[in-house]
Design a protein. Structure first.
Length: 294
């Protein structure tokens, strides 16, 4: 008997006659031992068992995937909202007027019970300080302020600068709801910018007009021959009674105080040229701080 070497990992035993031996014949031949079939070694059995386990896991995952809606008919994604900017822009003239009108006041120069002059003012601080044109209250025996809600109260000149034609008034009383104007920055103005004027022109209270900046650093001459310098020229309509009112930018910020208009005739009415003191200079003349400018 000779042992033959089987392929790797297999152990096979065969009864093979040795070279030169002759197999027995006939009935006297010794019985042949039973044939032994090859057996898988332990490593191959482990590999087969692992393959079966992996197959079972794969089937389980497939069933779970189908149950969760991941089959052939995959659920369509639901639409979701996404943020998008809304259309926006500068406020309209109507919106600017609605926001600023509560800050605009009527100013009456009084001589006893008689009204000698009428002008406009704007609430410029949370303490109720009102900016107006100095010539509106110049020489007045008394001053009366009428707020937008109808509240009437006496006022006094707290500070003034005739060279700029600006006065700051301190009212004795305030309305239940005080609405100071938002102060802008006149240094950012450019020729062509939109401006809005609110005032009591020709006795028509809280009138609103719109135009553009026509020029910067202008000079105007007062009736007494003195000159006002560093003025903003604009073409929004203003007339007697508008003096002291706010000149606003397109965002509704007060950027100047109306003080004069130009007319080559003696009529004293608007012909397209108005002048205003920049708000920074007006606040300084009125004893305020230029810091609130935006």
């Amino acid at each position: 008997m000779r042992r033959e070497e089987a392929p790797r990992d297999l152990e096979v035993e065969f009864d093979v006659p040795a070279q030169g031996d002759v197999l027995a014949q006939g009935d006297d031949a010794p019985p042949r031992p039973p044939r032994q079939w090859p057996k898988l070694p332990a490593p191959r059995r482990n590999v087969l068992l692992a393959a079966v386990v992996l197959l079972a896991l794969a089937l389980t995952a497939y069933v779970a995937f189908q149950a969760g809606g991941g089959g052939a008919e995959t659920a369509k994604p639901r639409p979701s909202a996404s943020p998008s900017p809304s259309a926006s822009g500068p406020p309209t003239i109507a919106q600017v007027y609605a926001a600023v009108a509560p800050s605009v006041v009527t100013i009456q120069a009084m001589n006893g019970e008689a009204v000698t002059a009428t002008g406009t003012g704007v609430v410029a601080s949370a303490q109720g300080i009102i900016l107006t044109a100095f010539h509106v209250v110049e020489g007045a025996a008394g001053i009366q302020v009428i707020f937008a809600d109808g509240t009437k109260t006496p006022a006094k000149v707290a500070q003034s600068d005739p060279a700029l034609d600006i006065a700051a008034l301190a009212p004795e009383g305030l309305p239940d709801v005080l609405v100071p104007a938002v102060i802008g920055n006149s240094e950012r103005l450019a020729v062509g910018n939109t401006v809005i004027a609110i005032g009591n022109q020709l006795g028509l209270t809280s009138s609103a007009t719109a135009g553009v900046v026509s020029g910067l650093h202008r000079t105007a001459t007062n009736p007494d021959g003195t000159k006002l310098t560093g003025l903003i020229q604009f073409d929004a309509a203003v007339n007697p009674g508008s003096s002291g009112g706010p000149l606003l930018n397109a965002k509704g910020e007060t950027i100047a105080i109306v003080v004069a208009l130009a007319n080559p005739t003696s009529a004293g009415t608007f012909v397209g040229v108005g002048f205003a003191v920049p708000i920074g200079a007006a606040l300084g003349a009125g004893g305020g701080d230029q810091a609130p400018q935006q």
